[in-house]
Design a protein. Sequence first.
Length: 549
Amino acid sequence: MSNANIACRLEEQVDQQAHKRAVIELHKRDENSGGGIYKHLTFLQLEELSSKYARAFAESGITKGSRVLLGVKPGADLCALTFALFKVGAVPVFIDPGMGPKHLLNCVEQAKAEAIVGLPAVFVFKLFNCKAFEGVKIKWSLGFCPIIGVKNLKSVSFQEKFYPACQMEQSDVAALLFTSGSTGPAKGVVYTCKIFNFQLDIIKEQYEVATTDMDMSVFPLFALFAVCMGMPTVIPDMDTSKPAAADPEKILQIMEEQDVSFSFGSPAFWKVMADYCEENNHKLNSVRCLVMAGCSVEPDLHRRYLNNILKEGAEIYVPYGATESLPLTSMKGSEVLSFSAERSEAGDGTCVGKPMSGEYDVKIIKISDDAVEEWSNDIVLKPGEVGEIVNSGPITTHEYYNNSKGTKKSKIYDGDKIWHRMGDLGYFDEQGYLWFCGRKNERVEIEQELLCTDKIENVLNLHKNVKRSALVPLNEKEAALIVEPNCEKLLESQDRQKVAIQEFVDLLKQKLPNLKIDKFLFKADFPVDVRHNAKIKRDLLREWAQKEI
Ligand SMILES: Nc1ncnc2c1ncn2[C@@H]1O[C@H](COP(=O)(O)OP(=O)(O)OP(=O)(O)O)[C@@H](O)[C@H]1O
């Protein structure tokens, strides 16, 4: 009987390429030349380190099904620890550190973990927030920590080097991944081994991941995926919880020194990189595949990369999905330019491609804010009609942990099948392409007319002075468009704003003649989500606009 444990993926890599590099980290820069001095773990070394940690975990009482909070920075240790937890069948809990203490503690409380594995600072944080951590009995620190009851994982050692992955079934719980909390409190998504295994297979196949590639992942969990797929991964020199604040020069140095050919990051990160590359006439010559994920990508970013920054033949992939179902569809940058850009720029929304697998069932249902108890074909909409995107298939998660209310609102039962409601609006076109139109709870309804954020903002974003824009309701009869300008002068001068507003009106009238919006506001630094720094927090902007007007 085969073993569905994800740690088996690492064991397979050891069989195939034991002495090849698996995880690479910048150790320091040479003082004279500035060249990077790197350290790494081979697949075998990573396997041995995770075996050591697994044995320590098992001996301390962490066992199959134990939920374990991980509070460790991205890097080789995070990979080794996660594989170690998989080996003993424990359930690692991943929470975005960037969400701030209040939201983080809310997630910790929901997860009801039995153990923590973290940096010493995590245990100091725990001391001041005991209640949320109730139930945590086993504490492992990555380094010495003077707090009573916290053991040092770095000081353990065992004779036996190999700790085998325990037997897991496809239906066993593999991990708990919290959403980014962009639309309310973050929810703990239950991942089974089956979902992880399917994701790995489909990403490897569709993005043609090869052992000869070199990955650089701006989203830490993807580094783990890379290793599982046999692709070495280099850790970027940045705070991965703030992708939009990365220093492009440091990133480029690593990409060049390590010949990065594959990279996964948020559109906000790739925008910062594009600005720098264009200003300095820099090309990403080693890259063959850029993956941008987390929010819609405007056609212009594809244009910039494909025309000015990437080498001939390199490709951009934009997967669409959510923590609860990922990756659902995928769109190539070259396809955006040849097929959908013009339509996006005319107000049709953002094309996110076709379902990535024939095993997925993706449909559009009537918009509703209520729970849908049971599936019925009556709620399914026709091509061209905008509704909520739902899916059912091997990547569809079935529940949120410890959150039956959230589960009820997001899932629809259909015999043996479970549908996940994405909370996103979209439609299928006649050719079977899915078009994303914005998030359901950010939709604007004015006098029974549905206004979709992504459709309208895509048009306004074409204006030369608009960095991004957000459509928000002001009251039942009026909406406003808030603009984050790309030049500060616009924020300071009322006269300039008047001229710009007239241009916005003209642009919208030309592309969307039926749209009746005449309120425009300007605001610097839009609030964005904590994970990708890319999703606009329109709820906060709505509150701001309502006060402002
Ligand atoms: N390619 C894409 N194009 C447009 N939007 C995307 C794309 N990929 C992801 N998204 C957006 O990201 C959402 C998923 O985000 P994620 O799973 O990080 O958590 P979240 O839904 O933001 O968190 P929460 O549910 O806590 O608010 C999708 O529902 C969609 O709105």
